[in-house]
Structures are given as structure tokens and as C-alpha cells.
Design a protein around this ligand. Sequence first.
Ligand SMILES: *Cc1c(COP(=O)(O)O)cnc(C)c1O
Length: 433
Amino acid sequence: MRYFSTRDTRREHAYSLKESAFLGLAPDGGLFMPEFIPQADMDEVLRLAQKSFADMAQYLTSLFFGDEVEKEELDTLVRDVFSFPCPLVRTDSDDYALELFHGPTCAFKDFGARFMGGMLGLLKKQEKNERLVVLTATSGDTGSAVAAGFHNVAGIDVVVLYPNEKVSHLQESQMTTLGNNIHPIRIDGTFDDCQALVKQLFNDTAFRARCAITSANSINLLRWIPQAFYYFYGWSQWHLQTGLSTPDIVIPSGNYGNATAGMLAAQMGMPVKRFIVASNANDVVPKYLASGVYTPQASVHTIANAMDVGAPSNFERLTYLFQHDFERISSAIQGFACTDEDIRGAIRKLYESCGYISDPHSACGWLAAQHYHTQGFRLCTAHAAKFHETIRETIGIEPPIPETLGRAMQREKRFTPMPNDAQALKDFILRLE
Ligand SMILES: *Cc1c(COP(=O)(O)O)cnc(C)c1O
């Protein structure tokens, strides 16, 4: 399989898997896409999904990566990476929730981050020479998923920058208690400062000549493609539980990596009636779906903060998947937006009506499902315990903390405090060798 940039309309530059994975973003500023979309045999998917998520994922992985990586290695990796449950839970008569938060950091990002960590490790091994440094900035959730997903991967060091404010105790614990090849750095500044530092290093050709760095953000195709797999798994369970075959699928969205991976699954042959993308007050995509006009905005802070994105980086993938045909896009996808008050209302209602404790992001999805009277399933992106302050304020109870989160909170935090200074960061990275 070769990969092309979304902006390379004439397909002049083909990239290998390794090139696209190490680059992250294409040099022309576009996002990498596979040269064709492989077709999945849904009977096979259904048969394998009944064995396990990993059995099904081995089949889907081979459709994309079968040429570059040996089957045995790929199969072992998939089995290691997708080793946690992914249940479709019926909360009441017609609400089906696909819980994607049973991985090590309790958010759906574990699927993509763990797969990417394992695959980069394999691709790196084929080269044998230098180390690779994964450099990433985080406001909380991405950093913890990437740190956990890359922990102990040979040949790779992970440097995670996070701001000294606004990261919760829980998020900081998840990033700073792993050790070994994970190097958390607490920057004396904001999340934007952290992002600016990362950008500065990526644009520094002299530095990049001395040290191989890559990013692990959500546009990387090794994070994006595996997110299609849980849609197939959700579809299989929903089909088995209801006997129906064309679901509405609701996706709480921010950067639209998750949503566009669902659209990839549909183009691979998974039947879907319509996609519903649910946002908080950051509603540029719902506005686009209603009007055909895309206007990125500055993000606004909400209680579903992992979706506080004003210029979604995967938007280009969305339009690309539909050949920029707005008519096709607007008939396949419907948008929904809600306020913090709506979200709190939904958390209360879900708890009161069926005792289900929802995190704020998944609650946006529930509201969207209610609004559109969907028949299908909705994706739940995080465990409620990750947002326990909001849950406590809203329904007055403390959600039970899953074992993995509890363990992280008890370990000692280790991080490097650093001023907002590119030279200090470069020195730190060069000293890792
Ligand atoms: C990252 C995240 C989202 C948004 O996913 P995108 O792929 O960026 O649209 C939603 N919910 C939670 C809990 C997240 O961590």
C-alpha cells in the first residue's frame, strides 16, 4: 500500500508506510491517505468479531499493512495492542453505547496510540540504526494515551510536553508515573506554548539533521486507520443484538479523527444509515454541515474539553473521503452541537433514568442520538472517572475509579520542569542519546 497527501490531487508523490508514519503530516501540509480503500468482507468480519476483537482486527490490519509487515509479527502486535474489552452496552430500550474506554488510559485514544506505538516499534526495527524521538504536546488526554501506548517500545523515546496549569492531577499521574522511555516535561507556560515549542523544533532543520523526531498526534495514519476497527466491532455486536444491519452511528467529535475513521469503515464496506457528529460549543463542523461554509474558529473552553477544537485537523480527510462533494457529505453526515448546560442535563438524565454514569463527551453523543431519534449505536469516548469533578458537581456522586487509573494515581510522579525555551528542550532531547 502506498500513501498520498490529501493535497496531492494529481498523485505525483507516493510515500511508503514508513515514510508517511514517520512524517506524520505530508510535506505539502496535507494529511496522508491510503492509495485505495480496501474492501472488507462483512461475513468474515462478523465471524471473526464473534471470536474476539483481536481476531477481527488481525484481518482488518492485514488489508492495509499486509505488504509491509510480516503476518506473524503483525498478528502478535494486534493481539498485544487490542487486549481489552470493547462492549456494546444497552443502557435503555433503544440506546446502545459502544464503550471505547476500557484500555489503559480509559479513553478511546488508547486504540490508536497503542497501535501506533507497536507499529512504529516494528518499522523502526527494520532499520536498526538510530533512535527515534516522538515529540508531542498535550493538554492532558493525548499525552497520557501516547505515553502508555509507547511505553517500553524499543528504539523509541517519547518526550511529552504539558503545561504547568490546567492538567488535572489524574492526567498528570498518567503521564508521569511510567518511566523508562517516557520523558514528561512540565513547561512553565500554557498548552499553546507547548505546541509552539514542538512546532519550532519540527521546523528547525539543523536540529532535525542531528536527531530523528516525529509526532504522535491524531493526524498520523497509524493512529487514524486502527480507529476504523472498533466501528466494525460495534457494528457486529449491534447486528447480533438487534438483527438489524444499517445503524445510525453517533460520534462525539473534536479533531474528527474518530469520526473520519468511521467514514473509512463505511467506505470499506460496513453498512451505515447515517453518521451523526456531536460537538460541544465548538461547532464549526455542524455549522459547515448545515450551510456548506467552513469557518474555523478559536476554540472555546467547555466541560467536554477533549473536544474543544476550533479548527479540526482531520477536516481535510472528511472532505477528501467524499471527493469534496458537499451534497454527498451532507446526506451522509448530520451535525449536532450543545452547551455545557445541555451536557450536564444529559449526565443527570442518563443517571436518573437508567443509573448509567456518562462522561461529558459521551453525553454529547447521547443528546445527539435523542435529537435525531437514532436507531443504531453511539460511541463512548472516555470513562466517567476521568472527569470525576464534573460528575460530582452534576449528580453529586463520585464515579468508581477503574483499577488502571487508581494505580497511576498512587505512584510517584517524575517529570522535568522546564522554562518555555526551545534551546533547553533541544539540549534535553540531545542528551537522551
Ligand atoms: C480526543 C477525544 C475526543 C475527540 O476525538 P476526535 O478524534 O479528536 O474527534 C472525544 N472524546 C474524548 C474523551 C477524547 O479524548
